[in-house]
Design a protein around this ligand. Sequence first.
Ligand code: ZN
Length: 378
Amino acid sequence: MDENLRLGRLFGVRIGINWSVLIIFALIVAGLAAGRFPLVAPDRSTTAHLLAGLVAALLFFGSLLAHELSHALVAQRNGIDVEGITLWMLGGVAKLEGEAATPGAELRIAGVGPLVSLVLGLLFGLLWWVSGGLLGDGLTREVLQWLAIINVVLAVFNLAPAAPLDGGRILRALLWWRRGDRTSAAVTASRAGRLFGFLLVALGVAELLLVPGFGGLWLVLIGFFIANAAAAEGSYAQVQAGLSGLRVADVMTPSPLVLPQHLNVEQAVDVYLLPNRFSSFPVVSPEGRPLGLVTLQRIKQVPREQWPVTSIQRVATPLEEVPIATPFEPLLEVLRRVRQGGESRVLVVHDGQVVGIVSPTDIARVLDRAPLRSRPSA
Ligand SMILES: [Zn+2]
């Protein structure tokens, strides 16, 4: 769920939305203004129902934001950078740029979200209760009641012990603390997440079959999302375990074939690309300074007749868009810098010279061998 619109910053944390959030916003407003509110306040105008629906939806997303913001702020306090918060169709996501160093930190970061939702739920409930004497049974009280319920539901749902939900993170933290092994904890939490996801899908399908309307569709959607995300978290944990302790130099393909910047595409293909098995080539200056990275993919995009007149440097991905690393950096830290959708190969540079490339193939090879490297610890 990418960020489509940036709203600004709150407590230094970037807040954005994905367009899909508008769907759920519209559904909430419509559901309340055309469904629930006319039933409980038939004497009020349609405009009043609509207005109340808008206020309720806005406060709901405000509550969601408070939940995610609490994750982000506690993460920051525990030394983890936060890329930002994105609200989307199925809720909010606080994107953290790193992971908790201890089970305790993980527990605090995960636990604070449901706690905030619960407190908000109780607060709205209190307002609803207090306003009873003042407002009678009006629209405002209906909004307060709905907000109280939805926040408590949010807290309870998020506490389900299934990754990627907060409850899954809490489960992971507790297992990590008990077993002393982060990876096995993450794998268990991910299994629980997949199970929970499929359970929701099954419930959703049952609802679709037994209850008129399309309410079950949401459960199916959320269930698939959770099962998918849980599976991804499980494989990510295994990748992390396989790569931890490795440095860039351990996995890189060393001394890659470099292309001098003065070549045109045809020369590069004939002299360098065809006789070799590599699929990416750094382009370098006469002094050997890296200028960019050429891949077979990018060359294929140049029309054949343009090859003799196109400089190889023009075809290369510019250096600013290529992830750069030094040979002695921890591999996992470098991989965090590789952006999704961007250049996936990492250029390894030492003393201003290209000394290696880390490609997805290199990573796959290391992961393939990871079980052979690990020995039972004493
Ligand atoms: Zn949360």
